[in-house]
Design a protein around this ligand. Structure first.
Ligand code: NAD
Length: 349
């Protein structure tokens, strides 16, 4: 006989549809501001988290990764893929979902889509880093790579850093057209550029967000002048980088978790003892961020589990008591906890 699941069996689930409704209910820019503050708060308590480089399974065409962490009270993980060839097959480069659990019982407390949430948290983290590292008064950004992440990156820089102009370039002009159309009415001044050189003209922040499974040179050494901040997003896997090595030699490099970034980030091109600053230490005031207007700062972003944990916490807080979630019958809950088999037998029709 089938019985309806008890409360203990149910896990709040946020579908893509509900995520989109929730984001519009709050407002995209407000979500980006909120997420940046959740990430910043978790970076402030960096030391108490479990930290490990993400577990990556590579193939010739892409990567599938698991990203776990815990603050001792909650445990979270994200499943995420990265397949640059996917867009040519009508699929996305990056898709994700994630789960948050209660450390005391081990029971999941949230299951959610994270494809949209990853774009939001990546952009929020970039803008949070730029707040500490970009030159004062940065109002112009070059956005190189105008794919799925690009509008999110642009809007986060607007909401958190005060960006006014974004200069778009993609090797595929259709991507630039798509991004420009999507940003219409956002309040940003959007300039479509025909070359990466044109895109970086007058830009204080250079964001690289391309997808290619190779060591690419999106920015060459001679393209980067003094006094800019580079927000390098697309180099996030072994053998997948975007910047010429010479740029790294001239920059002060800021990273999330060095043990992971040395494997996956732009700095995989450098020796293991190449000096980097951990972003969380800038936020807590233990290390300096930007100290001089002529300095080149580089956020070598690869995406770290704590940022996803922050995003999961945010969604848990926002959907509690709302209709932006469904209850999923996900955990078997026998009346007698040890009688799992009896529960199965009783369900026989
Ligand atoms: N650091 C992080 O936390 C993080 C998070 C999410 C995604 N990513 C990475 O960001 C990158 C972009 O992700 P997406 O979802 O926007 O991918 P996407 O495939 O939707 O877009 C990538 C864009 O880059 C363009 N491109 C590729 N090579 C180029 C080149 N040489 N010059 C100019 N443009 C070029 C493509 O035409 C495409 O429009 C991926 O590499 C992804 O792995 C990083």
């Amino acid at each position: 006989m089938m019985t309806s699941p008890s409360d203990k069996a149910l896990v709040p689930f946020v579908s893509v549809d509900n995520m989109m409704r929730l984001v519009h209910h709050i407002g995209v820019e407000q979500v980006l501001i909120d997420l940046a503050s959740y990430v910043e708060n978790d970076f402030r308590r960096w030391e108490l988290f479990d930290k490990t480089p993400r577990v990556a399974s590579h193939s010739d065409v892409g990567v599938i990764e698991l990203m776990p962490t815990s603050d001792g009270e909650a445990y979270g993980f994200k499943y995420v893929n990265g397949h640059p060839k996917n867009t040519s097959e009508g699929l996305q480069t990056v898709t994700a979902f994630g789960l948050l659990a209660d450390v005391y019982t081990g029971y999941p407390v949230l299951l959610t889509e994270m494809t949209i949430l990853t774009a939001l948290r990546t952009a929020a983290t970039s803008a949070m880093a730029a707040k500490y590292l970009a030159p004062k008064g940065s109002d112009t950004m070059a956005m190189i790579g105008n794919g799925a992440q690009s509008e999110f990156q642009s809007l986060a820089m607007k909401a958190i850093v005060g960006l006014k102009t974004v200069r778009l370039y993609d090797k595929d002009a259709a991507a630039t057209d798509k991004c420009a159309t999507n940003l219409q009415g956002s309040g940003l001044n959007v300039v479509k550029c025909a070359t990466p050189q044109e895109a970086i003209e007058g830009a204080h922040i250079l964001t690289t967000c391309t997808a290619d499974k190779q060591n690419a040179t999106i920015l060459s050494d001679n393209m980067v002048g003094a006094g800019v901040h580079i927000n390098a997003i697309g180099g996030d896997c072994p053998g997948k980088t975007e910047l010429a090595k010479g740029i790294l030699e001239r920059s002060d490099v800021f990273v999330e978790f060095p043990a992971q970034t040395r494997i996956e980030g732009e700095i995989q091109q450098m020796k293991d003892d190449f000096a980097v600053t951990e972003l969380w230490q800038v936020i807590t005031g233990q290390q300096q961020g930007r100290r001089d207007p002529r300095q080149i700062t580089l956020f070598d972003s690869v995406g770290f589990a704590i940022e996803d944990f922050s995003a999961l916490r945010y969604i848990r807080d926002k959907v509690a008591g709302t209709a932006y979630k469904e209850d999923l019958d996900m955990l078997a809950d026998p009346d007698d906890p040890r009688d799992l088999f009896g529960m199965l037998q009783r369900a026989k029709t």
